[in-house]
Design a protein around this ligand. Structure first.
Ligand SMILES: *Cc1c(COP(=O)(O)O)cnc(C)c1O
Length: 433
């Protein structure tokens, strides 16, 4: 078969075409860097759930074993010995992580977990006053974010019924109108302390216009934070240039850091060395050169690391580092994004041709409003969506069900092949017959 042209992904529904697209995919070999689980039929799963838990890299085991061996050989001296000294191990990840989110190294740190980082950042960036006390979030926000925001409001003596602003889609529509979001920010303007939104909404897969949101919120005097759980490693980000105040993310989704892996945090340069910001302190935020003198005067590290509390989990960082190596080798994100756009076009085409209106994607169709996740509703009245999702699993397609009515699938450019997408759509078609 001839070289598929840029615009030609939708040439054929034949599996041979999928294979040809794989042959010409410049990222095809990245798949060999991952362990892919085996399905019930003995073949590799079609793994479309990397938006929930990314796959382990082949390199993860070695990176973790190196640290286990260093621990066995060195004991406590591992903290201070050699290039991999644990006291500064987290800094080995900073450059790669900063590149993924579009921040300077002094703006990015790998620490704690996502929800914990959001709380630590809200201590600094949610400073309600009687006049300006509201936090704006999206309807259907991930429960942990919702709880974190509500509890921060209460903690400061305010009442979520007065201080929490929730912006939703129009009735009967699945996703947000950007204009509504920006209008709500302007409407609550002088009362708005903080806008806390996702980069990519976990349920619908919608990408929000982070630069516009930040600009409009700043014009109203509000600060802006983003939860990047579903954005990092999925879409290109430019947090510094967009002027975002802060952001937090987890690393076990598109970043393949492993279950319960360490979180990430970004604070814009203009805030990192601001000594007036309220902050919860721990010994990992104080200067390393006096830390072990056990001084009890806090001397903030002049980077986002001053938000760090504890010495981080080295084994988790080691596994994550192996995945960041893969991103470094196969990136940058714009290159992964180019594959995502092609895979989305191919997926849309196959769904249109083979499945038609038996399912309806709720993820926006416009490319600038989507990452690699597509959330599908089963509209065929003869089938219940959750049973369809279970049948997919039974046929070796790993995907997930999100209450009340969505099947989420995510072709991840580093390890999902075009043939995987073809298999998914043909299996879905078979199940719906
Ligand atoms: C995955 C996810 C979380 C999970 O929070 P943890 O603190 O890592 O357990 C929180 N918020 C969003 C939006 C998520 O997608």
């Amino acid at each position: 078969m001839s070289m598929p042209a840029e615009e030609a992904v939708d040439s054929s529904t034949d599996v041979s075409w999928a294979r040809s697209l794989d042959e010409h995919d410049p990222l095809a070999d990245a798949r060999d860097q991952f362990h892919i689980p085996i399905g019930p039929d003995g073949a590799k799963q079609v793994y479309l759930v990397g938006n929930s838990l990314g796959l382990p890299t082949v390199g993860a085991k070695e990176r973790v074993e190196i640290e286990l061996d260093r621990w066995a050989a060195l004991g406590v001296a591992g903290h201070t010995t050699g290039d991999l000294a644990w006291v500064s191990y987290h800094q080995l990840l900073t450059g790669s992580m900063a590149a993924l989110v579009g921040g300077f190294p002094q703006e990015v740190v790998t620490m704690n977990s996502l929800t914990a980082n959001l709380h630590l950042q809200m201590i600094s960036f949610y400073r309600p006053t009687l006049g300006r006390h509201k936090i704006l979030i999206e309807a259907g926000a991930f429960p942990s974010d919702h709880f974190a925001v509500e509890s921060q409001i209460r903690q400061r003596g305010f009442d979520p019924t007065q201080s929490l602003v929730v912006v939703g889609p129009h009735p009967g529509e699945p996703t947000l109108h950007t204009d509504d979001l920006l209008a709500a920010i302007e409407q609550h303007g002088p009362e708005l302390a903080l806008v806390l939104l996702p980069g990519v909404q976990y349920y619908t897969g919608q990408v929000l216009p982070m630069a516009d949101i930040t600009r409009v919120a700043h014009a109203q005097g509000a600060l802006v934070g983003f939860d990047l759980a579903h954005a990092v490693g999925n879409i290109p980000l430019a947090l510094h240039d967009w002027d975002v105040d802060f952001a937090a993310w987890c690393t076990y989704k598109y970043l393949n850091g492993g279950p319960g892996g360490v979180g990430g945090a970004f604070v814009h340069q203009r805030h990192v060395a601001d000594p007036t910001l309220p902050k919860l302190h721990g010994w990992w935020g104080t200067r390393a050169d006096t830390r072990f003198e056990m001084a009890t005067t806090f001397e903030a590290i002049p980077t986002v690391e001053s938000w760090a509390l504890s010495n981080p989990p080295i084994l988790c960082l080691a596994a994550l580092r192996a995945s960041l190596d893969v991103f470094d080798a196969w990136g940058p994100m714009t290159r992964l994004r180019a594959k995502t756009e092609r895979q989305l076009a191919y997926l849309d085409f196959l769904l249109d041709e083979l499945v038609g209106d038996r399912v309806r994607p709720i993820t926006p169709r416009a490319l600038h409003q989507r990452g690699c996740q597509v959330s599908l509703r089963v509209t065929d009245q003869r089938h219940d969506g959750h049973s369809v999702q279970r049948a997919l699993e039974h046929h070796g397609v790993a995907c997930d069900w999100r209450h009340p009515d969505v099947i989420r699938i995510a072709p991840v450019p580093l390890y999902t092949s075009y043939e995987d997408i073809h298999r998914f759509v043909t299996i879905l078609d078979t199940i719906l017959r």
